[in-house]
Write a protein that binds this ligand. Structure first.
Ligand SMILES: COc1nc(N)nc2c1ncn2[C@H]1C[C@H](O)[C@@H](COP(=O)(O)OP(=O)(O)OP(=O)(O)O)O1
Length: 163
């Protein structure tokens, strides 16, 4: 089965992370990082940079690939590649997809207004710990999860086996 491939990018500074409120499409009404589908002909990193620019107007040179999440079941069977960055350029702007865009302190993340899986793996992402996760949804509820930390080399190996 071919899964849809998505990116999800988190811009961080000190103990804060930039989140946007999704105002259209998949996950509307929920806070999330920036990202979307990888388009035909672009690499996953290129897709991540394009989505960050489209949704927040921020440019980024280097991204750290910190996690790979495989979603099973409903609402969508997909693979989401999670990236972080501390280094962006340009003027932050809301977009047609994300509005408002806000810095959240790590201890004040609005988990109650996010996908239910976020609280399971954000702790890894916030602490710059590499992870691999499999999350199965039935409707809006999580039915099974597997999350494990892994080192940077292993995540590259998993990544290479997928592309
Ligand atoms: C189902 O569980 C999910 N949980 C979390 N935390 N994030 C998810 C989940 N499923 C998808 N995502 C992320 C991955 C992407 O960053 C977005 C969805 O991207 P979208 O559907 O908006 O993709 P676009 O290419 O931007 O879509 P348009 O056609 O609207 O431009 O959510």
């Amino acid at each position: 089965m071919k899964r849809k491939v998505y990116t999800l990018i988190f811009v961080k500074k000190h103990n804060e992370v930039l989140l946007g409120l999704k105002v259209r499409g998949f996950g509307v009404g929920l806070w999330n990082g920036f990202g979307g589908k990888v388009e035909t002909g672009e690499s996953i990193h290129e897709g991540a940079k394009r989505e960050l620019k489209e949704e927040s107007n921020l440019n980024v040179n280097s991204l750290e690939h910190v996690g790979i999440i495989t979603y099973e079941g409903d609402p969508c069977q997909s693979v989401v590649h999670v990236f972080t960055t501390y280094n962006t350029a340009g003027q932050l702007k809301v977009s047609e997809e994300m509005n408002p865009i806000t810095w959240y302190k790590f201890n004040d993340i609005p988990y109650q207004k996010m996908w239910p899986d976020a609280k399971l793996w954000y702790p890894y992402m916030l602490q710059d710990k590499y992870f691999v996760a499999v999350i199965k949804y039935i409707g809006a509820k999580i039915s099974e999860t597997f999350i494990t930390p892994c080192d940077a080399n292993k995540i590259q190996t998993v990544f290479k086996s997928m592309v």
